[in-house]
Design a protein around this ligand. Structure first.
Ligand code: ZN
Length: 277
């Protein structure tokens, strides 16, 4: 059985993450520019408009990214299967004969739609939190302005200003809460999300192509993992549940905590004969 190089989307992932980082820096700059000692409605509206523009820019770039990188991950999965099964000798040759079969066309469509909507949820979340926090901070700043006369002060106290600034910053930087209730910085969440989506698209494409070529087994890759994945490195799995032989079915391993977890780098090299490995 041949080993094919593990997919690596580091460059693409960093490119997308930097879009979010730049956007968030821009949003923070807009929020920092607000004069909290004398917050005017027009100023708030202008800032929120600029923030919306920044978020729309992020959405446009994410859409392009997903349309380009997800099909590439699927195509890579198909190409590496073609090499693993000996249909082509090199990945370059394999890339030339890659064709998306029906299952892989459907896969591409589903993963693109899914990733788009997950990424859209990130910017929607930032938008909602920033708006709510700006409103809250505006109300607090106004109250503090009324109250300052009571103490004979001329301005809002430094403590209050610092607290309001912090609130604005936090609204952007801890805005994502996942299904398990964990808080994420948006760029860390996006990194995890697209890393997981590209790897899982690659794996699904591999399985689809392998099964279409009547290869029903695969070997899990090895890179010296130290987490729970280490127990699975080099192991043979079934790609379809009813293939003969006493091997775990890959579908039962996925989505669990042990292997093929978020951020997991493991792949599968397909083979027709589990004994021939
Ligand atoms: Zn792993």
């Amino acid at each position: 059985m041949r080993n094919v190089p593990e997919p690596n989307y580091e460059y693409d992932i960093q490119r997308l993450v930097s879009v979010y980082k730049r956007g968030i820096t821009g949003i923070l700059a807009e929020l920092n520019r607000l004069d909290l000692t004398d917050l005017q409605r027009a100023q708030i509206l202008a800032a929120l408009k600029n923030i919306s523009d920044i978020l729309r820019g992020i959405n446009d770039e994410s859409t392009q990214w997903v349309n380009e990188v997800i099909p590439k991950a699927i195509s890579d999965g198909i190409a590496s299967t073609i090499v693993a099964l000996g249909v082509a000798d090199t990945l370059e040759q394999a890339q030339k004969i890659v064709k998306f079969n029906r299952a892989n066309k459907a896969l591409a469509e589903a993963v693109i739609a899914d990733t788009q909507s997950d990424l859209l949820a990130v910017t929607q979340n930032i938008d909602r939190r920033v708006r709510a926090t700006v409103r809250q901070v505006a109300a607090e700043s106004m109250r503090a302005n009324y109250a300052k006369g009571i103490n004979g002060r001329k301005a809002i106290s430094r403590d209050i200003l610092t607290g309001l600034r912090e609130k604005l910053g936090t609204s952007v930087n801890t805005g994502i809460i996942d299904a398990a209730g964990r808080r994420w910085k948006p760029e860390v969440y996006v990194d995890m999300l697209v890393r997981t989506k590209t790897m899982s698209a690659h794996l699904d494409a591999t399985i689809n192509e392998a099964v279409a070529r009547e290869a029903y087994y695969g070997r899990i890759s090895s890179h010296g993992a130290t987490d729970a994945c280490r127990n699975y490195e080099g192991k043979i799995v079934k790609l379809v549940p009813d293939a003969p032989g006493d091997y775990p079915y890959i579908g039962d391993l996925r989505g669990g905590r042990d292997i093929f977890h978020p951020n997991c780098k493991h792949t599968v090299t397909p083979t027709r004969l589990p004994d021939g490995i």
